[in-house]
Structure formats: structure tokens, C-alpha cells
Design a protein around this ligand. Structure first.
Ligand code: SF4
Length: 374
């Protein structure tokens, strides 16, 4: 059977964080029921097109999927199983906010087959959490992990953020150590991106918040690599670290350009070499708009995506797979760029894979542009 992954977007949050420009809508509790009716309709509508597919991973993202009643998540999974069979070892993740968990919810997820929990922790410093507009405290992160363990979750991930206004190296070190001390299986460490139009961007523009410079940001990233390696987490992607065998299989599908179907508002898909997305606006989704901006990828698009995505991973770009997919050697016509990047210490080629070094990952965009000859 052909493998496919599911991404299911739950666009509701308790409140809006200061840095957030995701499709997330606080104060829309009155629309939960309409939203899930629309989502289930979308799921049911895909059933004929997914004949011959097997679902290998599913991911409830948001938004805050753990905010809504667990019954909505359980019924969504029931519908998904009717849409296409799940692999016996399917990875099924739900993203959650430590401030929105309860033992009954976690038990309901487990009973429905959810086997991975990804918690938005962001920081273990209460002052920074408050400035980010998070609804939870540092103590609640530990409580959430303990609650999830008690419910039987043996695969837990925490998201952390660095490069925050006012964040010191000491605070970042303590956050990394607190996260590792909880013994979770997976950690993501993302650098804050200040998105235009967010309250955080307003604070930066008005001079009320000062962002760390590039050197400080790179030092924080290096600290994450070092501290997490010492705690048993190997970096397997620019922003992701895992204990052996606990890499997020769902995200690996994105970086490997496997097929995935996105359901719900703002969800993106790559199916049959076509990319398309549902509208990011909740009201547009509720009014029935689906599958916008459909594009059939050209060979050039596929090449660019392969370079861009594979070089995010420690595994790197598989040169023999490139030859069999695109019918040419990756090095052909790129000899000078490869030499330059290798001499500068940004890339290495070994065992049939082209990989970015730690330094190369700090400037991944520039390396990718050079590899693509742009
Ligand atoms: S919890 Fe996540 S999705 Fe919701 S507002 Fe905060 S950052 Fe955005």
C-alpha cells in the first residue's frame, strides 16, 4: 500500500501568544462544533481518493488540539480510520499546551490510539513565559509530563524557544537542563522569528523589546546542540533532537518529501506531486473553501525542495536517490559551488550523502541558494 501521512489542524487556542502568527483563533468556542462537522466532512470526502493508501503517521497540530473536548479528537480519529487503514505501528501525535491537559483527556487520547504527545513548553522561566503570553507556568510543564506518563504516554516531546527578547544564556541553559531532566524522548529548539503584525513585532519596533544579535543566537543554538548531546539527545534536524529511535516520524515525512494530506483550516498537502492548502482564515474554511492554490510541481520545483528540505537533516541529501529520481549526478555543473562550500567548512560529502556541518546549518538558507545556483 502507498504510505501517506495526515496532518489535522485544530485552530483554537485559549488566548493568542505575543509572537504567534499561526492559524489559531482564541474566543471561538462557539464554533468548535461547526468546525468539527466541516473537518469530518472533509475527511469523509477524501475516502475514495485514498483507496490503496495506508496512513503511517497522523499529527494533530494547531492551535491547541488539547484545548477542545477529547470527544472531538476521538471522533476525528475514528473518521480517519474509515478514510484509510492506519499502519499497525502508526505514529499518532497530538500537540498540546501544558495549561490545557487533564488526566481524562489524556486517557481518552491513549484509548483512541494517540501514542505521542508534543507539548509547547517554550521556556522554563516564568518571566519569559509571561512575556511570550503563554498561559502556563514552568511548573505546569513538569506536571503535564507527569500526567502524560501516568496516562501511558511513553513518547513525549517538548518545544523550546530561544533568541527571545531579554533571554540570557543562563536562562537558556537552565531551560535546556530542565527539559532534559524531565526525561522526555524528543526536544525541538526553535529560534524566535518575529513575524510582522504580531504584538511581539510591535514591541520590537517600539524599542520595548530587544532581540539578541546573530552571534548570540548562534551561541544559543550551539549550546543546545552541546547540552542536549550530553543529555543523550542527538540532533537529527536543524531544530530537532531525539533519543535513539525517537525521531518524529511525521516530520521526517515532510523533510523526505513523502506524501501527506492536510485537513482542516490552513492545512497544507503534498499528494501525487501536487501541493495545495486549505484557507488560513477560519471563516473561509467554515464556509466551505478548500484546496486553494493547487500547483503541480515541476522537476525544478522537486529538485529545489529536495535540496532545501534534505539539508535540514543530519542524514543529508542522498546522492544516489537524487540520481535515480532526477537522472543526473548532483555534482554535475555544481563542482565549483561544492568546492567553495566544502572549503568554507559548510558542507561535507561522505558515504553517498551531502550534509551540512554545524556551521553550515547556521547559514542553511545561503548554502541552499548556492547549491541551487541562485
Ligand atoms: S498556543 Fe501556539 S498556536 Fe496558540 S496562540 Fe500560542 S503559539 Fe499560537
Amino acid at each position: 500500500m502507498k504510505p501517506v501521512s495526515l496532518y489535522i489542524h485544530i485552530p483554537f487556542c485559549a488566548s493568542k501568544c505575543a509572537y504567534c502568527d499561526f492559524a489559531s483563533f482564541p474566543g471561538r468556542e462557539g464554533d468548535w462544533s461547526r468546525y468539527f462537522d466541516a473537518l469530518w466532512g472533509e475527511l469523509d470526502g477524501w475516502r475514495p481518493a485514498l483507496a490503496g493508501y495506508e496512513i503511517r503517521t497522523a499529527f494533530f497540530g494547531g492551535g491547541t488540539p488539547t484545548l477542545v473536548s477529547a470527544e472531538y479528537i476521538v471522533e476525528t480519529l475514528n473518521r480517519a480510520r474509515r478514510m484509510a487503514p492506519f499502519a499497525d505501528d502508526a505514529e499518532v501525535t497530538i500537540e498540546g499546551n501544558p495549561g490545557t491537559l487533564a488526566p481524562e483527556k489524556l486517557a481518552a487520547y491513549r484509548a483512541a490510539g494517540v501514542n505521542r504527545l508534543s507539548l509547547g513548553a517554550q521556556s522554563f522561566d516564568d518571566g519569559l513565559l509571561k512575556s511570550l503570553g503563554r498561559i502556563h507556568t514552568a511548573a505546569q510543564i513538569g506536571e503535564a509530563v507527569a500526567m502524560a506518563r501516568a496516562a501511558g504516554f511513553d513518547n513525549i516531546s517538548l518545544d523550546l524557544m530561544y533568541a527571545l527578547p531579554g533571554q540570557t544564556m543562563k536562562q537558556w541553559r537552565e531551560t535546556l537542563e530542565s527539559a532534559a531532566a524531565l526525561g522526555v524522548e524528543h526536544l525541538s529548539a526553535y529560534s524566535l522569528i518575529v513575524e510582522p503584525g504580531t504584538p511581539m513585532a510591535g514591541r520590537v519596533d517600539r524599542g520595548e523589546a530587544r532581540l539578541p544579535d546573530d552571534d548570540a543566537v548562534n551561541a544559543m543554538q550551539r549550546l543546545a546542540v552541546k547540552r542536549l548531546a550530553a543529555a543523550g539527545y542527538a540532533r537529527y534536524e536543524i531544530s530537532n533532537y531525539a533519543r535513539p529511535g525517537r525521531e518524529c516520524r511525521h516530520n521526517l515525512v515532510y523533510w523526505d518529501r513523502g506524501e501527506y494530506l492536510g485537513l482542516g483550516c490552513a492545512a497544507h498537502s503534498l499528494v501525487d506531486s501536487r501541493r495545495f492548502a486549505n484557507p488560513a482564515a477560519l471563516d473561509a474554511y467554515l464556509s466551505g473553501v478548500r484546496r486553494t492554490g493547487e500547483t503541480r510541481l515541476t522537476r525544478r520545483d522537486a529538485m529545489e525542495e529536495t535540496v532545501m528540505l534534505s539539508t535540514r537533516t543530519i542524514r543529508g541529501l542522498d546522492l544516489s536517490a537524487w540520481r535515480s529520481v532526477f537522472g543526473e549526478d548532483f555534482a554535475a555543473g555544481r563542482e565549483a559551488a561544492l568546492r567553495r562550500l566544502s572549503d568554507a567548512g559548510f558542507i561535507g560529502i561522505e558515504g553517498g550523502f551531502l550534509r551540512l556541518t554545524g556551521r553550515g546549518m547556521e547559514v542553511q538558507n545561503a548554502v541552499v541558494l548556492e547549491l541551487l545556483g541562485e
